[in-house]
Design a protein around this ligand. Structure first.
Ligand code: SF4
Length: 367
């Protein structure tokens, strides 16, 4: 265990990962050692703004302190073991963790924004029937450092890749929509989000970070007030019967509890629109009646719906809704006053879409 009660990667037994610390944690550690507070901000700036991976490079810090920092901490990076590039510019990174598990992180360039889709767990226990990640079960939660390191490693890669234009190298948005259910790892996620927002110059604002949940409503209610960013709910159905058939978690957290938790979130963050993710599955949840029912369910909330098109994967029997159905569904919501953009499939040729991520080299750890 490290000084902050965090299990350290075996390769760095005696040192603490600095990415696991909030700025407050770091400052209180430094102050305890008689080091002035402002050093904490300087170190954070080197790590989060300039992407430094070594204390030696922190040139406005005296050499003696740099040596001490190196004795106490290390700056974690994940190892890229695979990169898949889609013809639409999407890049999927396969990353190796210290225990040989692997996760995936996806970079999605668009016209006005560049988004990183970050994983929060190795695998997922929620088991949505349309999701390849869920199909392979749960292994473990990611630590704060592993969540932050996904962002840093993608940024490093983009900054050193000469084929990318300057504009496409700037990461503007982060979505917790990769492998795993973020609210089942909420302590580490919230700490990571706070650190990612910490740099005044390059930090990502709360409006540009989205936590997407299948609706773990007891935790959502608990953290609603402190949630420092946008909220997306993977709803995918307008009623409990359909939702339970494709998302078994609905038997525990039903739609009524989701709406109540959303209200609670809006009490604290009413200015931030909630997004309902809705994956259109042919003949399952894509009828006009479903659209009308969905409208009735959410029209009183400050919300919008993202209509997602299903990307098929081997072993899954669901089919995507035909384009005319998708358009009709969007029209019904739009006529009822709910914004419902149709999200185009991204990274289809490299299986990088929502619900398609999976560890390609799943190794179950020995504990
Ligand atoms: Fe887990 Fe999300 Fe997949 Fe559902 S869709 S199984 S919550 S990763």
């Amino acid at each position: 265990m490290g000084r902050f009660g965090i299990m350290e990667p075996e390769k760095c037994e005696y040192r603490e990962s600095i990415l696991n610390l909030s700025e407050e944690d770091l400052i209180s550690f430094l102050v305890d050692k008689g080091i002035p507070k402002y050093r904490g901000r300087q170190i954070f700036t080197w790590i989060y703004r300039f992407g430094k991976t070594s204390f030696v490079d922190m040139t406005n810090i005296d050499k003696a302190l740099r040596r001490k920092l190196d004795d106490w901490f290390y700056i974690h990076r994940l190892r890229i073991i695979g990169i898949n590039k889609s013809k639409d510019g999407t890049i999927k990174f396969l990353l190796k963790l210290h225990d040989d598990n692997t996760i995936e992180t996806v970079y999605i360039p668009e016209i006005r924004r560049n988004t990183i889709c970050v994983s929060s767990q190795v695998g997922c226990a929620v088991g949505c029937k349309f999701c390849n990640t869920g199909h392979h079960g749960f292994i473990r939660n990611l630590m704060t450092e592993e969540i932050i390191a996904q962002y840093l490693i993608v940024r490093d890669y983009l900054n050193t890749n000469p084929t990318q234009s300057e504009e496409s190298r700037r990461v503007s948005n982060i979505v917790f929509m990769g492998m795993g259910e973020p609210l089942l790892n909420h302590q580490n996620i919230l700490k990571a989000v706070t650190n990612l927002m910490s740099d005044e110059e390059t930090g990502i604002s709360r409006r540009k970070i989205t936590i997407s949940t299948a609706g773990i409503t007891d935790i959502l209610e608990e953290v609603a007030k402190e949630l420092p960013c946008r909220l997306a709910i993977s709803l995918h159905a307008p009623n409990d019967a359909i939702r339970s058939s494709i998302m078994p978690i609905n038997n525990k957290y039903n739609i009524e509890s989701i709406i109540m938790a959303c209200r609670k979130y809006s009490e604290h963050h009413g200015y931030l629109k909630i997004t309902f993710e809705y994956l259109l599955l042919n003949g399952i949840n894509d009828s006009n009646e479903c659209a009308s029912e969905l409208l009735k369910l959410i029209r009183h909330l400050n919300a919008k719906v993202n209509l997602l098109q299903f990307n098929q994967w081997d072993g899954c029997s669901f089919m995507p809704s035909p384009p005319e159905r998708v358009i009709k569904f969007a029209e019904i919501l739009g006529r009822g006053g709910i914004e419902a953009p149709i999200r185009h499939r991204r990274g289809e040729d490299i299986s990088a879409a929502c619900g398609q991520l999976r560890s390609q080299e799943i190794i179950v750890p020995s504990y």
